[in-house]
Write a protein that binds this ligand. Structure first.
Ligand SMILES: C[S@@+](CC[C@H](N)C(=O)[O-])C[C@H]1O[C@@H](n2cnc3c(N)ncnc32)[C@H](O)[C@@H]1O
Ligand SMILES: Nc1nc2[nH]cc(C(=O)O)c2c(=O)[nH]1
Ligand code: SF4
Ligand SMILES: [Mg+2]
Length: 222
């Protein structure tokens, strides 16, 4: 079996989405197929980024040594890592783990349809201000499961309007939990809440990147 390019591993609270506030073990992979303007982990996508080669078994052993339940696979883009399906299968076989995959919305998730309940996807929809909207695969919404989330990272009123349109067009609140997040420091959380009130977005949740309020927003490994 192959090796995975891992740029950092750490235990922290998950700062985002459904399990925000719970301890989680993070595995961050090198490289991404997109270049979002707001990306807070551009360093992980640099071709020369230092990485550790780890087998699936080594990653699993590290996770077990952390003793936590939640595992977040992130990056970079986890779903473009060669043989990532094998790692997900290995981790999901351990029912003491809950595996969350942070994915950017451009990669086909149809092949993960047989995943068990302890594997959830947090699927981004990249809005216009990210510069990456043309790569979004809305076909992915056919494969959402109740434990999944769709996340819109918002930078502007234009982004909010697009998010609302996509949520309604694909009836996303009926398929998964839907989050609006502020692109850190690009728009205030208050502006997002004002828009949610104005548009009566009853089934959508605001989420803030908790770790950026707890620690220096530039700090790695938290
Ligand atoms: C760094 S990405 C890695 C996973 C995957 N490439 C993706 O985009 O979903 C993890 C999450 O952080 C979010 N993110 C990145 N930069 C951000 C920023 N400046 N403010 C808020 N969220 C950000 C992304 O939108 C994504 O939901
Ligand atoms: N604390 C913390 N929680 C997170 N949840 C998702 C993250 C990510 O970068 O994907 C992240 C992260 O980088 N740090
Ligand atoms: S898809 Fe994720 S990792 Fe890639 S550039 Fe965008 S936010 Fe960064
Ligand atoms: Mg992050």
């Amino acid at each position: 079996m192959g090796k995975y390019k891992v740029v950092e591993t750490f235990v922290s609270i998950n700062g985002e989405a459904t399990h925000a506030g719970e301890l989680a073990c993070f595995i961050r992979f090198a490289g991404c197929n997109l270049t979002c303007g707001y990306c807070d982990t551009k360093w992980a996508n640099e071709p020369q980024v230092p990485y550790k080669s780890m087998s699936a078994e080594e990653i699993y052993a590290y996770i077990k040594s952390c003793g936590v339940k939640n595992v977040t696979l992130t990056g970079g883009e986890p779903l473009i890592q060669p043989e990532i399906e094998w790692l997900i299968t290995l981790l999901s076989a351990d029912k003491a783990l809950r595996v969350e995959i942070e994915t950017n919305g451009s990669v086909d998730i149809a092949g993960y349809d047989a995943r068990p309940e302890n594997v959830c996807m947090t699927l981004d929809y990249k809005l216009p201000d990210s510069g990456m909207e043309q790569f979004m695969r809305t076909e992915n919404y056919a494969w959402l499961k109740p434990q999944d989330a769709v996340k819109f990272v918002v930078s502007s009123t234009r982004d909010l309007e697009t998010a609302k349109k996509i949520i309604e067009t694909y009836d996303l609140c009926a398929k998964a939990t839907v989050y609006l997040s502020s692109a850190f420091s690009a728009i205030t959380p208050a502006q997002i809440v004002e828009y949610m009130i104005q548009e009566n977005m009853k089934d959508v949740r605001l989420q803030l990147q908790m770790h950026k309020y707890i620690w220096d927003p530039e700090k790695k490994g938290v």
